[in-house]
Structures are given as structure tokens and as C-alpha cells.
Design a protein around this ligand. Structure first.
Ligand code: FEO
Length: 403
């Protein structure tokens, strides 16, 4: 059965929720599902903005036909051709051989690579081009690396709607809600929005900053992303989050403690540190086991918090593999501007601290606290004094942090 929502008098939401997929991009857990958003403008011409993932194609095509009724589909704007949005493109072309596809030169190249047969139906647009479809005039704004090189956003100059591609998206199925004011975003969505942004687009902060700069000059009244709620109010809230995330500025003054522990000794030191931080009045403290917490969660917290403690055993004369994986993700996603404290453990040839510091030194603007801790197998009288010293240094550093 069709399931659509009216956004304005002539703009419809055709998106479909995905609730069966466990791993987005076959990497990131999505326990709350995800929505693949698409929009149909019913002007003198009909204009579809992006399509949807193959998994929801049947429902999606039904939604298109329901809103079109007996009208033809004149144009399809492909803002972002990654398959979670473009996999149904071929089916739309088959159902509507009359449709003309509007996109960037790069996107048409990728469509060819993915095997979509656009033929003579392509209309290439670039920065600042506009097209009128009747009452509505749409401007096209390039948004390379938000999140692929071919990406663009489309801005409806007539009513201020920004079709934002992957920007301002979130994990999470909409479950019947559509607008940001129909959900409690700060309570129920922000964690998944942050996890989506930091893991999917986090690497490309400077490109997101460029797009935010372009968007700041636009009279935006609606933001229609390709995942998650449509924004029709509280633009300052989501723009501030995007500005922080894309400039690698922390949101929260506090400490994220991530430990990798084989037999519980490193864990005990990490938890004792957390206890001493909290007793010292620093309440924004999170503790996670790197072995049992998905790295996408850790990345989201690492973007959120101002301070990070990495506590790791030495393993095969290296960093504990899950901790190494976390560090590699931090580096790949360009995390920077954090203050980090290091705890290392090892029963012989304890080198994880030195190796973690080396990885951190290869990231940008990471401050490593002098107060480090070496645990030889277990915390004892000889090394326990390092914990209060590290707690004090962290409390002082957090207090001195301006965000
Ligand atoms: Fe939602 Fe980059 O695709």
C-alpha cells in the first residue's frame, strides 16, 4: 500500500523506512532502522528528487504512482547517486521512459559505472544552474564529498526548500513521523544523527563547511534530507550541530574512556579513573569496552566529547586489535582537536601506550596529556598513584576547555 506525506501544497514525501537491514553499508548497526527519503514536486512539470534503495523499491514505486496519478514523470533530479538512493533509479526509468534525468557530470559517470542506462535522457547541471518547472525554479549547488564526489544539493528558489542529499540526515526509521517537530529530536534522534554524520560524512568536514557556507546565504524554509526527519523549524539547532561536527569542535566538556581489557585489569583501572573523575565533580564521563561496543558508537562519542582516555593492553607486541581498529577509524574519519590520556598494560614488552601515542601523533591537533599510566599486569601499590594524577589532570584540562 502507498504511504506518502504532503509537505507543501505541491511537494510530497515518498520515502520508505527500512527496518530489516542490520548493517548500513554492511558496517554500521542500525537497530532503529533507516529511512530512504525521496520527494516529488507536482508543478506544471513533475519533478522527482532522488530515488531509494533497492530493498524498498516496490513500496517506493507504489508511492510514485499514487502521487503522480495519471500524470507523467517529467524529471528526476539525482542529487546523490550512491545506491542507497539510486538503486531504484533503473526501475523508475523503466516505469517512466519519458523521464529526463538531471544530475552532475560526475554522477552520470558513476551511473554508467553502476550500469544504469540513462541513454539520451541526461541533462547535466553544474554550480549555480537553474531550471524552471512552472511555479518553481530550482537552483543546483555542487556539494562534492558530502558525501561522494558527485553530490549536489538542489534549492527551490520559489519556496525555500533545500533538497540536502546526505547532509542533515540521520539513521532511524521515521515510523510515521516526518517533520522534526513531530519527534523529540534532542531526546530520541540526536545520537543516531551524530553517529550517522560522524561515520558516514565525518571524514569530509572541510567539504561540509563549504556547503554550510553556501547554505548560509540561502533563505531556507525547509530542509529535506535523504535520511531522517524533514526540518521545518529549529534550523539553528541542527546547523550548530553540523558546524561543530564538521569543524571537529566538541559538543560536550567531558571524558570518554574506552578500554581494551583481556582479563579485567585494564578495565578495573579505567573504571577507577571514571570513579575518581566523578568524585572530583566531573559528571560527564562515559566508559566503554572497546571489545563489546561497536566502533561506530565510539566514533560518535569521540566526536561529541572534548577528552578521551584510551586504555589498552599490549597484544602480539602491538595495540589490542579492537583498540587499534578504533584508532584507525578515528584517523580515517579525520578526528582532531581532542585531548587524550593514555593507559597501557602489558605483562611483558608493554608497548601499547607508545604505539597509541604514535597513532595519535599522526592525527591533527591532538593534545596528549603528560599524565600517562603503565600497568604491568594489574593495578598495585606501585602504579595506583597514576590514577588520581590522571584524574586531576583531566579535571583541570576539562575545566580549562572552551567549546
Ligand atoms: Fe545516503 Fe551517501 O548515501
Amino acid at each position: 500500500m502507498h504511504s506518502v506525506r504532503k509537505i507543501t501544497d505541491d511537494l510530497y514525501f515518498l520515502g520508505v523506512d527500512e527496518r530489516r537491514l542490520h548493517l548500513f553499508e554492511n558496517i554500521h548497526p542500525i537497530a532503529r532502522g533507516v529511512s530512504y527519503n525521496s520527494y516529488l514536486l507536482m508543478d506544471e512539470k513533475t519533478v522527482l528528487f532522488d530515488t531509494a534503495d533497492w530493498a524498498v523499491c516496490r513500496q517506493y514505486l507504489e508511492n510514485i504512482e499514487y502521487v503522480l496519478g495519471d500524470r507523467s514523470l517529467d524529471y528526476l533530479v539525482v542529487n546523490h547517486m550512491e545506491p542507497d538512493h539510486a538503486a531504484s533509479l533503473q526501475q523508475v526509468l523503466i516505469a517512466h521512459p519519458e523521464v529526463q534525468v538531471i544530475s552532475t557530470e560526475k554522477a552520470f559517470g558513476y551511473m554508467n559505472q553502476f550500469g544504469y542506462d540513462i541513454g539520451e535522457r541526461g541533462i547535466t547541471v553544474t554550480e549555480g544552474d537553474t531550471m524552471s518547472f512552472g511555479k518553481h525554479t530550482i537552483a543546483f549547488v555542487l556539494a562534492p564529498m558530502v558525501h561522494w564526489p558527485e553530490a549536489m544539493v538542489s534549492f527551490d528558489l520559489t519556496d525555500g526548500t533545500l533538497f540536502a542529499a546526505d547532509a542533515f540526515g540521520s539513521f532511524g526509521a521515521l515510523n510515521g513521523a516526518l517533520f522534526n517537530d513531530e519527534v523529540n529530536f534532542d531526546r530520541d534522534w540526536i545520537d543516531d544523527a551524530r553517529r550517522y554524520y560522524t561515520n558516514i560524512v565525518g571524514k569530509y568536514g572541510p567539504h561540509v563547511q563549504l556547503l554550510l557556507g553556501k547554505a548560509s546565504g540561502l533563505p531556507i524554509k525547509l530542509i529535506c534530507p535523504l535520511h531522517g526527519p524533514v526540518w521545518r523549524s529549529e534550523f539553528g539547532y541542527i546547523l550548530d550541530k553540523y558546524n561543530r561536527w564538521s569543524s571537529y569542535t566538541p559538543e560536550t566538556k567531558g571524558v570518554l574512556i574506552v578500554y581494551g581489557s583481556m582479563y579485567g585489569n585494564t578495565e578495573a583501572a579505567a573504571v577507577e579513573l571514571a570513579s575518581q573523575l566523578i568524585q572530583g565533580g566531573l559528571l560527564n564521563v562515559k566508559v566503554f569496552d572497546v571489545s563489546s561496543t561497536h566502533v561506530s558508537e565510539l566514533i560518535a562519542y569521540a566526536f561529541q566529547y572534548s577528552h578521551i582516555v584510551l586504555a589498552s593492553v599490549t597484544y602480539n607486541l602491538g595495540i589490542y586489535p579492537p583498540m587499534h581498529n578504533f584508532l584507525m577509524d578515528m584517523k580515517a574519519l579525520n578526528l582532531q582537536k581532542r585531548t587524550v590520556a593514555i593507559m597501557e598494560n602489558g605483562s611483558w614488552a608493554c608497548v601499547s601506550g607508545k604505539l597509541m601515542q604514535k597513532e595519535l601523533d599522526e592525527m591533527k591537533e591532538m593534545t596528549i596529556l603528560n599524565e600517562q599510566m603503565t600497568i604491568l599486569s594489574s593495578v598495585n601499590e606501585a602504579n595506583a598513584g597514576a590514577i588520581p594524577a590522571m584524574a586531576e589532570a583531566l579535571i583541570d584540562s576539562v575545566a580549562a576547555t572552551e567549546i
